[in-house]
Design a protein around this ligand. Structure first.
Ligand SMILES: [Zn+2]
Length: 260
């Protein structure tokens, strides 16, 4: 074999920048002395780039595609007949398949990268949703425990003191969060209702919810509407008010109160 046949595959690899080491050095040495291989290389470089583009991006111009198709059509298939021009010895069928494979490989890598980053995003969203679900579930359990009619409310007292009406207010000022629970409340007289008040430093009570105790004397108020954002609380108080209202200011009798 004295021709350029042995360089066909090397030229294709070289055109795609994949030929390394001795093979690369040998080919470069040959290219220095062989104009037809240089010519073939130029053609391959053009076609190879376009083939890669065809697999990954915009379509190659019709002219280049036609040139490839023509070249492929001229290739002898399965024949060992002598090939007329040295520059055509290179097997374009093989190269076409190989370049398409490279193109598909690049697409596959790109897709896998995208897939991986999507998977990461999905995972992190999943964990955010997961932790929010857990927080929500915990919050729901806390509220259920405090407010469910089925919850057992036990007031622990010292000695033999009979349980007295009592309430606890949990107030988170910077989130305007208020949870109030009360127990041992006396049953409501007819046409009466309990009202909770938040009393800020200026002393003007802010209505913080109406409530009725259940049969066991338990009651709760959760995040009543109408409390100004971030208002400071000095005192919480409960009064017994007329059920028909008005409920904008305390008018009835005091039941319990506690300072912050
Ligand atoms: Zn050559």
């Amino acid at each position: 074999m004295t021709g350029h046949e042995q360089y066909a595959e090397d030229l294709a690899l070289y055109a795609l920048g994949s030929l390394q080491g001795d093979e690369r050095a040998n080919l470069e040495k040959h290219l220095d002395t062989c104009s037809s291989c240089r010519q073939e290389l130029e053609a391959l470089r053009g076609d190879g780039a376009l083939l890669a583009l065809a697999a990954t991006g915009p379509k190659p111009p019709q002219r280049s595609r036609q040139r490839l198709v023509d070249a492929i059509a001229k290739e002898p298939r399965g024949s060992s007949a002598p090939i007329p021009a040295p520059a055509r010895q290179f097997n374009l069928w093989a190269f076409f398949g190989w370049a398409a494979a490279v193109g598909m490989f690049l697409v596959a890598i790109q897709l896998r990268r995208q897939n991986t980053s999507l998977q990461v995003a999905v995972n992190s969203l999943g964990s955010v949703v997961g932790s929010q679900t857990i927080e929500l579930e915990n919050a729901r359990r806390v509220v259920d425990t405090l407010t469910s009619p089925e919850a057992h409310t036990v007031t622990l007292v010292a000695g033999k003191t009979p349980p007295q009406p009592q309430g606890k207010a949990f107030y988170l000022r910077n989130r305007t969060g208020l949870v109030f629970v009360a127990n041992n409340l006396a049953p409501l007289p007819p046409d009466k209702i309990y009202e909770l008040w938040l009393i800020p430093p200026d002393g003007k009570p802010i209505p913080a919810g109406l409530f009725k105790p259940d049969a066991r004397g338990n009651a709760s108020v959760i995040n009543p509407p109408g409390i100004p954002a971030g208002v400071e609380a000095n005192t919480f108080a409960v009064t017994l008010e007329a059920a028909s209202g008005p409920h904008d200011a305390p008018r009835g009798t005091g039941v319990m109160a506690g300072g912050v």
